[in-house]
Write a protein that binds this ligand. Structure first.
Ligand code: ZN
Length: 188
C-alpha cells in the first residue's frame, strides 16, 4: 500500500486532516461481524446474488452506525475494463462519490483468480471508507493517506474480529509513504 502524493495549495488542508485522523470508532456489538460471516460463506459458495445481499446488509448497518447516507453496491463477476477510481491501483473495487456507488468484483482481470475473503472484505471496507471521507468527514476528496489506510484497517479488523493493527510507514520520494509490512506485522 502506498499513499497518494500530497496535493498542492487548496486541497492540502483536507489532505493533512485525512492523514491525521488515524482512528475510527466501530459498533461495540457484533452486528457487523455476523454479516461478515455471511459474506465469507457467499464467497465460498461463489454465489454473487447472496454476496450482494450480504454486502448490502454490511453497508446498510455500517452507514446507519456512522450516520451517513447509504451507498449502493454492485458485485461484478470480473473487473470491468473501465475502472472509475482514479486515485489508485486497487485491484478489486472502486467508489464513485457522485453516485455513492461501490463496485467490487470477484475475479481479477488478468488471471481470473477468485478474490479471497480477506481481500474482498478489505476492499469493501476500503471503498466504504472513501464513502465516509465524503459523507462523514466532509472532505472534498478522498485521498489515500496514512490516516485513510489506518481507518480502513480499523474497520476491517473490527469486521473480521481480528486484533487491530497499527500501520508503520516508510517515506518514499514525492512526499509519499509505503507500509513497512515487516514492522507492521511485528507490531512495532
Ligand atoms: Zn481507494
Amino acid at each position: 500500500m502506498l499513499t497518494d502524493s500530497p496535493p498542492r495549495r487548496a486541497s492540502r488542508a483536507g489532505f493533512l486532516e485525512s492523514d491525521r485522523i488515524t482512528t475510527l470508532d466501530h459498533p461495540q456489538d457484533e452486528r457487523l461481524l455476523s454479516i461478515t460471516k455471511s459474506i465469507g460463506s457467499a464467497i465460498e459458495a461463489g454465489t454473487s446474488g447472496e454476496l450482494r445481499r450480504a454486502c448490502e446488509q454490511f453497508l446498510g448497518a455500517a452507514s446507519k452506525f456512522y450516520q451517513v447516507p447509504g451507498c449502493e453496491i454492485r458485485v461484478l463477476a470480473a473487473r470491468p475494463l473501465r475502472v472509475r477510481e482514479h486515485w489508485t491501483t486497487e485491484l478489486f473495487g472502486d467508489y464513485t462519490p457522485a453516485t455513492m456507488l461501490i463496485r467490487v468484483w470477484m475475479r481479477t482481470a488478468v488471471r481470473k483468480e477468485v478474490t479471497s475473503f480477506g481481500t474482498f472484505l478489505s476492499t469493501l471496507c476500503h471503498e466504504f471508507c472513501h464513502h465516509l471521507d465524503f459523507q462523514k468527514f466532509g472532505f472534498h476528496n478522498s485521498w489515500h493517506t496514512r490516516g485513510f489506510y489506518q481507518r480502513a484497517a480499523a474497520l476491517y479488523h473490527h469486521a473480521r474480529n481480528t486484533p487491530p493493527k497499527r500501520l508503520f510507514w516508510v517515506p518514499v520520494p514525492g512526499g509519499r509513504w509505503r507500509i513497512d509490512w515487516p514492522r507492521t506485522n511485528r507490531g512495532g
